[in-house]
Write a protein that binds this ligand. Sequence first.
Ligand SMILES: [Zn+2]
Length: 256
Amino acid sequence: MKIIDTHAHVNTKEFDHDLDDTILRAKVNDVTDIIVIGMDEYHNQRALEIANQYEHLYATIGLHPGYVDEGTTEHIEPLLKHPKVVAIGECGLDLYWQQDNIELQKKVFIEQIELSIKYQLPLVIHTRNSFNEAYDCLKPYAGKVKGVFHCFSSHLNDAKKAIDLGFMIGIDGPITYKNAQDIKEIAQHIDLKHILVETDSPYLSPIPHRGKRNEPANTKEVVKKIAEIKGLSIDEVASITYENAKRLFHIGGNTK
Ligand SMILES: [Zn+2]
């Protein structure tokens, strides 16, 4: 079985002391591939360093909406030619943590949408309390953009709108939580071909690891839960979501 964690921040300080062991534990749990997600200049550089170091690890480069007051997108473009860069992000809008800089968040998001078109790279999108606003930024580029709404946290109808726009739905640990009805409903009604599995490590640990640092090995818990909801085997969910990631991120050979 091969599982890909399509969203892990193993480039944060939480993993500085045991990165080798973390990647080993992932492999033991069939998580063979990991996409390391950049957020700002420091974490982008660190994502590239790590992707260089390990064979089945890849990097994304971007400016997260939580960092727009401290950095710009200027450093992003020169990094995009690196062969292990598979996407732009994470980028997007966050109206949960901050609302007063929404215009700056939008400007920075649109800059990254345009880079994704220029370099033919998918977008890894973060939204929190901001699905409609992010959707409105993307709409004018319909047909030219693709990617994933990572850690999807809106309703089934919004998931359908995202898919119609050419995006995948990223599902993480919260699907294992008791009160996470929306994401369970999405997993049930959305065809598996539109779903990616991810951890968002070190955040959002699935049950039974809730409260502890999350890590890529736990992607398996997300796969198990989707299999249970959809009445499919774990193997089937692992292999289809792996193929989805290969198709979107152009990894593992001739999937372009
Ligand atoms: Zn993230």
